[in-house]
Design a protein around this ligand. Structure first.
Ligand code: MG
Length: 267
């Protein structure tokens, strides 16, 4: 899964280098498609779900501004002040990786920057909490503690997921705390989760667009989304969709296609 995660990270690196005003969402998807092709990775989003009358038509979900998730790449060209969520996944040798990043296009308002910062902090806080909490409901409370003071809307109708041989596996991984929630689960080694807070500037409520895929915030307020695939190990949580860790770097345990370290971009 680390191998698939590294290719997902590499695809996001390529996007981070080319994204900006004037770039179309189809051009972003093409960079991802090429990255997967070059590394023999199977795109997981294309034609998903396979038995559907209207499967997803691209390798990447690209959602702009009020679009929360599942946006379809196309001719839309990004403009300064917009935000774009790039969410993609692939498998290698039958093992999956899934990660999402929200990018700012040109300069954005302070409020929207705060939305991005808080959503990123929610993901990082959840990953940190995985090393300290016994149950997911405790992690979800940490996410709420990070987001609620800002009065942003935590999307509840879509959640993270287990991941492994398949993109979407049990358990559901919600980003909010509900004391009545019946599907709480223990955080233990061997569990791999795609953790993906989706946070709206306004209401938490979302709805589906007419295209049958794109999910938008009901009040059309901007929405942010960050995601990592994270493995729970005996040594604590490990991100599988990130750049090589210091330990991996020291052990020289990385593939030869890795770009030079000084070229890595962060978000
Ligand atoms: Mg996911």
């Amino acid at each position: 899964m680390r191998e698939a995660g590294l290719v997902v990270w590499l695809a996001h690196q390529r996007v981070a280098k080319m994204i900006g005003p004037g770039v179309s969402t189809a051009e972003i998807n093409e960079q991802i498609r090429l990255t997967f092709q070059e590394h023999g990775a199977v795109p997981l989003f294309l034609n998903y779900p396979p038995d559907s009358a209207r499967p997803f038509p691209a390798e990447t979900c690209i959602s702009v501004n009020e679009q929360v998730v599942h946006g379809i790449p196309g001719n839309r060209r990004l403009k300064p002040g917009e935000i774009v969520k790039v969410d993609t996944g692939c498998s290698i040798g039958g093992w999956c990786g899934d990660a999402a990043v929200t990018h700012a296009i040109g300069s954005i308002t302070a409020k929207v920057q705060s939305l991005l910062d808080v959503t990123r902090a929610a993901l990082n806080g959840a990953i940190l909490a995985l090393g300290e909490c016994r149950k997911w409901s405790e992690v979800a409370q940490r996410i709420e503690a990070i987001v609620r003071p800002h009065r942003f809307g935590i999307v509840e109708s879509m959640v993270g997921h287990g991941i492994g041989r398949k993109l979407h596996e049990a358990p559901d991984v919600p980003n909010y705390f509900d004391p009545e929630w019946k599907n709480d689960f223990a955080i233990r080694p061997g569990l791999v989760l795609a953790i993906e807070p989706m946070i709206n500037l306004g209401t938490k409520e979302v709805q589906e667009n007419r295209d049958g895929w794109t999910i938008v915030s009901r009040d059309r307020s901007f929405s942010a989304h960050f995601e990592h695939t994270v493995a729970i190990t005996e040594d604590g949580p490990q991100r599988l969709t990130c750049e090589p860790t210091e330990a991996e770097w020291q052990a020289r345990a990385w593939p030869d296609w890795l770009p030079p370290r000084e070229q890595w971009l962060r978000w």
